[in-house]
Each structure stands twice: as structure tokens, then as C-alpha cells.
Design a protein around this ligand. Structure first.
Ligand code: KG4
Ligand code: ZN
Length: 350
């Protein structure tokens, strides 16, 4: 089965072609960073308009890369939620209309399921069951994954998602949007141990997270330690030291919670996905955690950590091959708990 995947849930337009026989044939990604940068964050209306401009050319581009035409596509998978309502509607309308015109099925894919399954596009792919740590701009979740669609939510953030905490703290440090990778870059120049940030909610049992306090801690530390400094170089070092302490605290918190969840579930495989899984320090520490437990950590390639069309094409292909279908009417869901998904008997794909 050849599936076209379309991702438009936030500030990236992604398209990809996945073939159940031959694997991923092509993918393309367009980031809207330039459009939103001057506003310091995503402007939903501008995001929707840009998706309108990009969807069709990107579909044409992935078809051309894969040396296929529209007529070769067997089905279309698009992100149905969660995400920005307007942005989701663009992808849904394009996918549904094209599918109607070609007389093929279209399927709404859950964005976080896309992230969760993205490491399966890599070699070696993780086998079920596994523990998943989903870390993106909108979600922070620990999920026990038995099979495709069989998800047991073990813990999640009670306030800011971890990517959101990165972005907000980056803004406090005067870093440009998108903040997460910028903060990680600044942290590289930071001195370890100059500041010590709390590890929220690690002193009590449970697997939930809370990150909004870290952002406040960063704000207070900036105003107490950096603001009065007049020497530019010293000020820059102070900001870098804070970025480093913030990142260390986030990573240490994740490691503690993952270890706890692994002990609770007795699982040996950890899958880390979503935008923040691109963070090198997080990857390094979680890989060490798994090595110390004789287990294995799995990640998507850096390009597929953040939003992309390949993960939607792949997740969609699994569900379509399992016989999942939707009628012509469609709606998008800005909020959509992943635990509402149905479990499927997925076939082995390439
Ligand atoms: O998965 P994603 O592309 O979009 C959502 O589904 O939300 O994740 C985007 C998030 C942003 O908050 C971004 O700052 C963060 O992932 N991010 C990072 C890094 N790369 C992206 N955070 C920390 N370190 C990174 N290297
Ligand atoms: Zn995402």
C-alpha cells in the first residue's frame, strides 16, 4: 500500500510517501520559522495561510521524488489532531478533497501517535512492548505501549509541556523563536554547577511532571544574577550558565521519572520521541540510563523528532492496512487524548 502523509498541525508543513513494501520513499518539510520569528512565537492565522500555500507544491514534490504520480497513491493520511484548529483544517481539507477526487480512502492520524511510532522508521526498530517518553511543545507523557493503539498513560505534565518550558525559558533569556534548540545551544557554553535548579516532583512518588516552576525559577535567577551585570561577556556567561542549569534540571527530572516508570513496568525498551527528543543531552542521559539497566533506548533520526510528514504516513499506513476506515465527513480535534485511540493488529511493515 502506498500512503501519502500530510502534517499541518502547527508551524511545519510535512509531506511524505510511505510504501508498505519498500518503506519510506520520500519526504519533504517546510518550516515556518521565518514567518513567526518576528512575533516570538507561532501566530495561528499565519500558520494556516502558509499551510495553504505549501500543501499542494509539497505533495507534488514528494510524488516527484518518489517517481510516482497521484494515481499511484492508495490512501492519504493526515494529522487530525491535536494541534491548532485552523492549521489542522487545512491539511484535513486538502487530504480529504484529494482522496475524494482520486476515489481512495483518507484517514485522520493522531499527531502524538505519529511521534510515538516515528522511531519505527529507524533500524533497528523497537519491538513491542516498550515505555515511551513523548516530549513535544504541547505534551509530556510517559506511556506504556503494548501495541499500536494500546496505550496506558502512566504520567504527564500537570502544567507546561517540556518543550513549552524550553521555549518560555528561552524567551526569558532573550533567545529567538524557536527557543528549545537555541537554549540547548547556549547551554553548551554554560558552566556546570554554577546554578542549581530544582528537579520538580521528584521528591514524591508518581510519574507526573510539572515544569512551570522551572520557568519561574529561571526568571528569578535571571533578575537576581544577570540583570545588574554591565559587562557584556559576563552577562552572556551568566545567561549560558542559567541555560545549562535549566537543561540539566529538565534532563535529570526526565531520567528520574523514566527510571521509576521502567521499574514499575519492568520494561527493557525506552522510546523517546517528539521535538525535545532532538535534545542531545537528554538523548545522552537516557541512553546511559538504559545501558545501566541492560536495556535499549530508541529515538527517531533528528529530522523526525520534530513534526514531519513521514511519521503521519507511517502511522496512517499501519492503521489503513489494519482496515481502519473513515467516511467522507471529517472534523479535526484540537484536543484529542491518545488513550481514546483503538488498538489494532498491525501488520509488520518494512
Ligand atoms: O514535536 P514538535 O515539533 O511539535 C509539537 O508537537 O509540539 O516539538 C516542538 C518542541 C518545541 O517546544 C521546541 O522548542 C522543542 O520541541 N525542541 C527542543 C529541541 N528541538 C526542538 N527542545 C530542546 N532541545 C532541542 N534540541
Ligand atoms: Zn509534534
Amino acid at each position: 500500500m502506498i500512503v501519502l502523509g500530510l502534517e499541518t498541525s502547527c508551524d511545519e508543513t510535512g509531506a511524505a510517501i510511505y510504501d508498505s513494501e519498500r518503506g519510506l520513499l520520500s519526504h519533504a518539510l517546510h518550516s515556518q520559522i521565518d514567518i513567526h520569528a518576528e512575533f516570538g512565537g507561532v501566530v495561528p492565522e499565519l500558520a494556516s495561510r502558509d499551510h495553504i500555500r505549501k500543501c499542494i507544491p509539497m505533495i507534488e514534490s514528494v510524488l516527484q521524488q518518489a517517481k510516482l504520480t497521484k494515481r499511484n497513491i492508495d490512501a492519504i493520511a493526515y494529522t487530525g489532531g491535536p494541534g491548532l484548529q485552523g492549521a489542522l483544517l487545512v491539511g484535513a481539507a486538502v487530504a480529504r478533497s484529494l482522496a475524494f477526487g482520486l476515489n481512495i480512502p483518507a484517514l485522520a492520524v493522531h499527531h502524538m501517535e505519529g511521534h510515538l511510532l516515528a522511531p519505527m522508521l529507524e533500524e533497528p526498530a523497537p519491538e513491542f512492548p516498550f515505555l515511551a517518553l513523548l516530549v513535544s511543545g504541547g505534551h509530556t507523557q510517559l506511556v506504556q505501549v503494548e501495541s499500536v493503539g494500546h496505550y496506558n498513560l502512566l504520567g504527564e505534565s500537570l502544567d507546561d509541556a517540556v518543550g513549552e518550558a524550553f521555549d518560555k525559558t528561552a524567551k526569558l533569556l532573550d533567545l529567538p523563536y524557536p527557543g528549545g534548540p537555541e537554549l540547548a545551544r547556549l547551554a553548551e557554553q554554560g558552566q556546570v554547577g554554577r546554578f542549581k535548579f530544582p528537579r520538580p516532583m521528584t521528591d514524591r512518588p508518581g510519574l507526573d511532571f510539572s515544569f512551570s516552576g522551572l520557568k519561574t525559577f529561571a526568571m528569578n535567577t535571571i533578575s537576581k544574577e544577570c540583570q545588574a551585570i554591565t559587562d557584556n561577556q559576563q552577562k552572556q556567561q551568566c545567561r549560558a550558565d542559567i541555560a545549562r542549569a535549566f537543561e540539566e534540571a529538565v534532563v535529570a527530572t526526565m531520567v528520574i521519572k523514566c527510571r521509576r516508570a521502567l521499574e514499575q513496568t519492568n520494561l527493557q525498551r525506552l522510546v523517546v520521541a517528539g521535538g525535545v527528543s532532538a535534545n542531545q543531552r537528554l538523548r545522552q542521559h537516557l541512553t546511559e540510563l538504559m545501558l545501566s539497566r541492560s536495556g535499549t533506548a530508541y529515538y527517531p533520526r533528528p529530522l523526525f523528532c520534530t513534526d514531519n510528514g513521514a511519521m503521519i504516513a507511517y502511522a496512517g499506513c499501519l492503521r489503513l492496512m489494519a482496515g481502519e476506515q473513515q467516511d467522507l465527513g471529517f472534523s479535526t480535534r484540537a484536543r484529542w487524548p491518545m488513550t481514546e485511540l483503538t488498538s489494532i493488529n498491525a501488520v509488520e511493515l518494512k
